[in-house]
Design a protein around this ligand. Structure first.
Ligand code: G3H
Ligand code: 13P
Ligand code: ZN
Length: 307
C-alpha cells in the first residue's frame, strides 16, 4: 500500500478517543521493529524523520527502506518530517514523497512563525501534503539545542495561528519535553489548557511532542548493565491515555525507542562478551523496539485494530 496522508487517521482518532503513534526512525532495525508491531496490532502508523535522522542515515536510504517496508504490509503508513526547521527542508521532503511535514517555527516570534508556516502550507497543500506546525515551546533537547524554558501554548493565539496559517494540525506545549529527563518533581500536564484549546478548535487534531514515558524497565536494565542514566523520568502512561482521549491525535515517541535499544544491547554485550556478530545485538534491539511499540499501541495510544 502506498504512503497515506494522516487525514483519515486523525479523523478516526479524534472521533474514537485514541491517538496515532508517531515513531522516530533512524535505521532499518527501528523501521522493521515498528512495522512488525503495527502489523501484529493492526494499527495505523506514522514514521517520522528528523534532521538528525536524515544526516545519520541519508534521506535516500530512509525512503528506500520505507518502500521496502510498504511492500510487506497493508497498513496505512504516513511518512512525516519531524521538526522541519525551514521552508527549504519541507519542500525537499515533499518533493521526495513524504506525505506529511512539520514546520517548526516555535522558536520564532509569533508573526515570523505565522509567515514561515503559511509559506509551507501553501506549497504542501498544492501537493496534497499535510502540515503540522508548533506554537509554544517545549523545554528539553531538540536537534542538540537545549531549551530550559517551557512556554505553554496560549489558547487564543492557537486559534489565531490556525486560522491565519491554515496548518492541518498543531503541536502544543502543555508540560511535555524532549529527552529522558522530563520532570524533576511530580509529572503533570496542563489538561485545562488542552481542554480549552480543544473546545476552541473543535475537531482539530492536536499533537503532543516529547511524549515518551521513559519506560523504567529499560532505564533499570541499562543501568544494571553498565549504563548511567540516573533520574530519567517521562510522561506517565495514564496521562498520555487521558491526552489521547481528548484532542490529542498524534503522540511522538523517540526516547523510548533509544532506551529500549540501548538497554537490550547493553545486556547482550554484558552477558555475551565473546559475541561479535552485529546481527545478534541488533536483532535483540529490533525485538525490543517491536515489544515497546506494541505495548504503546495497546495500552497507551489505544489504536490497536484501527488500521
Ligand atoms: O524531537 C527530537 C527527536 O527526538 C529527534 O531527535 O534530532 O536527535 O534525531 P534527533
Ligand atoms: P521524546 O523525546 O519524548 O521521545 O519526544 C520525541 C519527539 O517529540 C519527536 O518529535
Ligand atoms: Zn518533537
Amino acid at each position: 500500500m502506498p504512503l497515506v496522508s494522516p487525514k483519515e487517521m486523525f479523523k478516526g482518532a479524534y472521533a474514537g478517543g485514541y491517538a496515532i503513534g508517531a515513531f522516530n526512525v533512524n535505521n532499518m532495525e527501528i523501521i522493521q521493529g515498528i512495522m512488525e508491531a503495527g502489523d501484529e496490532e493492526q494499527a495505523p502508523l506514522i514514521l517520522q524523520v528528523s534532521a538528525g535522522a536524515r544526516k545519520y542515515a541519508g534521506q535516500g536510504y530512509i525512503i528506500k527502506l520505507m518502500e521496502a517496508a510498504l511492500q510487506e504490509t497493508d497498513l496505512p503508513v504516513v511518512l512525516h518530517l519531524d521538526h522541519g526547521q525551514d521552508f527549504d527542508i519541507c519542500k525537499e521532503v515533499i518533493d521526495a514523497g513524504f506525505t506529511s511535514v512539520m514546520i517548526d517555527g516555535s522558536h520564532h516570534p509569533f508573526e515570523e512563525n505565522i509567515d514561515v508556516t503559511k509559506k509551507v502550507v501553501e506549497y504542501a497543500h498544492s501537493k496534497g501534503v499535510w502540515v503540522e506546525a508548533e506554537l509554544g515551546r517545549l523545554a528539553g533537547v531538540e536537534d542538540d539545542v537545549q531549551s530550559d524554558e517551557h512556554i505553554y501554548t496560549d489558547p487564543d493565539e492557537a486559534v489565531e495561528f490556525v486560522e491565519r496559517t491554515g496548518c492541518d494540525s498543531l503541536a502544543i506545549a502543555i508540560g511535555t519535553s524532549h529527552g529522558a529527563y522530563k520532570f524533576t518533581g511530580e509529572a503533570r500536564l496542563d489538561f485545562d489548557r488542552l481542554e480549552k484549546i480543544g473546545s476552541m478548535l473543535p475537531e482539530y487534531p492536536i499533537v503532543l511532542h516529547g511524549a515518551s514515558s521513559v519506560v523504567q524497565e529499560y532505564v533499570e536494565m541499562a543501568n544494571q548493565y553498565g549504563g548511567n542514566i540516573g533520574g530519567a523520568k517521562g510522561v506517565p502512561e495514564d496521562l498520555l491515555r487521558k491526552a489521547a482521549s481528548m484532542a490529542v491525535c498524534k503522540i511522538n515517541i523517540d526516547t523510548d525507542i533509544r532506551l529500549a535499544m540501548t538497554a537490550v544491547i547493553r545486556k547482550f554485550m554484558a552477558e555475551k562478551p565473546d559475541a561479535f556478530d552485529p546481527r545478534g545485538y541488533l536483532g535483540e534491539s529490533r525485538k525490543a523496539v517491536k515489544d515497546m511499540v506494541r505495548h504503546k499501541i495497546k495500552n497507551v495510544l489505544g489504536c490497536s485494530g484501527k488500521a
